[in-house]
Design a protein around this ligand. Structure first.
Ligand SMILES: *Cc1c(COP(=O)(O)O)cnc(C)c1O
Length: 425
């Protein structure tokens, strides 16, 4: 018989660690722009019995019996994804954003083909051609960067690069770029080379479906995204695109690179997509950007530099060079103050990636918690205090106390306290 014991009895070690993580999240400021906080409904679906089932294949064409309800779940997820983004065909099976991107490479290209993508220190993701990633190992990558003056992607320069190198695919989209991406300009670059255009909107997906960031759907042949960043769903990937390329790509997702889909995650994606279709999600998306703009202004007011001078999205990169401190030290100091960020390269960073000259911060998670524009000055203040006092333990402790009291105003999981583990046992 399988055990019916709750986790706190079945495995107190893991249960205690989950309880500690709940506490950490409750009382710290989550400013990693690629993280968010899912709803209870998404958690419930992700934690459901759907984890048990093998459903290799696609709805109506499975390699296992007993998939009738799973077919309905996957179809709902795909229908809702198409309602959200537009497009012709959706594939909700990629286990992650990286898998979604790998499926596009393998589906549309041959090893050795030329691909143009944003360089890692110019906002790109590992899967956009980094040497340590499959993309950089299997393909001939031509990286593009931001203009040194404006720190923006300049699609005229990118069109010229496309004409010169004739890539078979151009990737647009980024993991550390705060401004609007000119998807139409990237289409021109793709057309100039006869290339596919892949838009990886992992970071912007929630803003796009919320109507506050331009959509690539009319310009790109395929759009890939994670479901767990601004889109506020469970961890996972999603691909949407035109029928012809999607036919090739779906054959790569399964059976090319994945086996059985994670049906509990797919159900949770469907739940998150339904949430994103509600009118409130538009307000949420708009608030993410309002908060980011207010936070950037609060930092600039205190003498901090922001790459490109600000943000049109959920994310910004602080350029720390004028503060005489590197990204690793800032990340550490902010951590001691209860503020979670990640160090990040700035364009043409003079420091190595393990050190960096910047930190990347974003507002999706704190906006999910209920923080508003009126809180952003206090958030800017504690960030600046932590960074400028990085070697002053007393000042960091004072900033930590302020973060704690700020977080106390926006309860997150207090109703769950003791669910998984309690000292009384
Ligand atoms: C996060 C991200 C990915 C990868 O997502 P994982 O789920 O971590 O594999 C891919 N592309 C971009 C632009 C991202 O920001």
């Amino acid at each position: 018989m399988i055990s019916t014991k709750p986790l706190r009895e079945a495995d107190p070690e893991i249960a205690k660690l989950i309880e500690q993580e709940i506490e950490r999240k409750e009382y710290s400021l989550e400013l990693i722009p690629s993280e968010n906080i899912v709803s209870e409904a998404v958690l419930e679906a992700a934690g459901s019995i759907l984890t048990d089932k093998y459903c290799e294949g696609y709805p109506g064409r499975r390699y296992y019996g007993g998939c009738e309800y799973y077919d309905e779940i996957e179809k709902l997820a795909c229908d809702r994804a198409l309602q959200l983004f537009g497009g012709e065909v959706a594939n909700v099976q990629p286990h992650s954003g990286s898998n979604a991107n790998m499926a596009v490479y393998f589906g549309l290209l041959q090893p050795g083909d030329t691909v143009m993508g944003p360089k890692l220190d110019h906002g790109g993701h590992l899967t956009h051609g980094s040497k340590v990633n499959f993309s950089g190992k299997f393909y001939n990558i031509v990286g593009y960067g931001v203009d040194p003056q404006t720190q923006l992607y300049d699609t005229d320069q990118i069109v010229a690069l496309a004409k010169e190198h004739k890539p078979k695919m151009i990737i647009c989209g980024a993991t550390a770029y705060s401004r609007q991406i000119d998807f139409e300009g990237f289409r021109k670059a793709a057309d100039a080379a006869g290339a596919y255009l892949m838009a990886d909107v992992s970071h912007y997906a929630g803003l796009i479906v919320g109507g506050v960031y331009k959509s690539p759907i009319d310009y790109a042949d395929v759009v890939t995204t994670t479901t767990h960043k601004t889109l506020r769903g469970p961890r996972g990937g999603l691909i949407i695109g035109r029928t012809a390329p999607m036919k090739k790509i779906s054959k790569i997702v399964f059976p090319g690179i994945q086996g059985g889909p994670l049906m509990h995650q797919i159900a949770a994606k469907a739940v998150a997509f339904r949430e994103a279709l509600q009118p409130e999600f538009k307000e949420y998306a708009a608030s993410i950007i309002d908060n980011a703009r207010a936070l950037a202004a609060g930092l600039q007011k205190r003498g901090f530099d922001i790459v490109s001078g600000g943000t049109d999205s959920h994310v910004m990169i602080i350029d720390l060079r004028s503060q005489g401190i590197t990204g690793d030290i800032a990340e550490d100091a902010l951590g001691k103050a209860g503020i979670t960020v990640n160090k990040n390269t700035i364009p043409d960073d003079p420091q190595p990636p393990a050190r960096t000259s910047g930190v990347r911060i974003g507002t999706p998670a704190i906006t999910s918690r209920g923080f508003t524009v009126s809180d952003m000055d206090i958030v800017a203040d504690v960030i600046v205090r932590a960074i400028t006092n990085h070697d002053n333990e007393a000042a960091l402790a004072a900033a930590r106390a302020d973060v704690r009291s700020l977080c106390s105003r926006y309860p997150l999981y207090r109703h769950k306290a003791g669910t998984y583990w309690s000292a009384e046992g």
